[in-house]
Write a protein that binds this ligand. Sequence first.
Ligand SMILES: [Zn+2]
Ligand SMILES: [Zn+2]
Length: 431
Amino acid sequence: MTEKDIPGVPARVLRYCYCLSRVCRDSRLCGVQDRGWSMKSTSIDPQPVAEVEERVTAILPQMIELRHDLHRHPELALQEIRTSAHLRTLLSTTPITLWPPLLGTDVIGELPGASPSVLCLRADIDAIAGEEQSGVPYASQHAGLMHACGHDGHTAMLAGAALVLSDMQTYLPMTVRFIFQPGEEMRCAGRELVARGACRDADAAFALHGWPGLPVGTISSRAGTLLAAGIEFRITFHGVGCHGAMPERGHNPIPPAAAMVSWIERLYQQVRSNDGVISACTLHAGTQANIIPDTAQIEGTMRYLDADLGESMVSELTDAAHAIAREYQVDVNVHLDRSYDLPTRNTPLGYGHLRHVVDAYMPDAVWQDAARPSLVMEDFAFYLVEREGAMAGLGLGEGAAPLHSPAFDFPDVALPIGIRLFCLTALAATP
Ligand SMILES: [Zn+2]
Ligand SMILES: [Zn+2]
């Protein structure tokens, strides 16, 4: 089935397929939403709210220790073998039923509540490439790897919530599914995990991401689109290498690559006012000062909130690459990675639920509506296509180092806030 085969369905809907299939690209046709959603916010008695606080305080030293241990031993996307083994050991002491892995290093477990309706809580567990310069005593012991996106903190918060809720099972209105997801960074493994059934029969999904710049105790999100969709690109100009003193004998791929980089900057100036961004992030060519190389390669990323803008950026980029290649008499290959081509969109009910929990049960926390979406991207987007749910930013401090910087470290002081938010999110949800 193609777009032309579905009369009356706007192209924008088609691009945001709810069944994640590129064949049947409309939720109203593929039927994945037939069963409907059933989650709403409810009030919680003071007793379980107080109990959450006490239990979080009791397990906090263990969760700080867990985070420091994960921080010392970062593992790249889909290689989280030690991390996932650690989590399986920890959760095997609880009444949580662990699933066999769907992707290898994922850890998914279920804690039955009063209703079989399922609410998912998700944390990502992978680290990234980078040399840590945080100076903390539990810094990475693995050269070139570090937890620079705070996923050690996310993992410890969800593990903490799993321990706390395991002792409060009688209060749970819905079954809680804890999803420790591998490969969020660069691999978009959340998309594959969801496609393999991580969220099957689930009514709602929630996740947190640590957010430097927000004060600790602030939780921030917004109704609707929160984070961008993105497409990564790699443009390779294929020339003919030769001696640097005899350029007429070859076709130098470096000038067209340089022209392409300048063109990308011009496109960025055009799209930035429409909540779009395009950046050239790597540029590689050549080996020696007197050799004209065969190839020159540019890698980069484009981000957008509106699918039409994304598609127009792709076609402009591709057209420009071919026009520049023709002008310089070289060949060009444009490779696009569309894995993250879905914005993270909070459902109104999911957003309202998180806000309700913070406003009603976390007097020491402050809810802040994010004025605008951020142009970072997240594979949690794929958890929200069939169900209610939302993602929120968890304040890590105004002076905290930025995500992905060598100095970054998830502050332990933010852990109890995230653990409580996860627990209360589950306790305040009914089918
Ligand atoms: Zn990241
Ligand atoms: Zn992250």
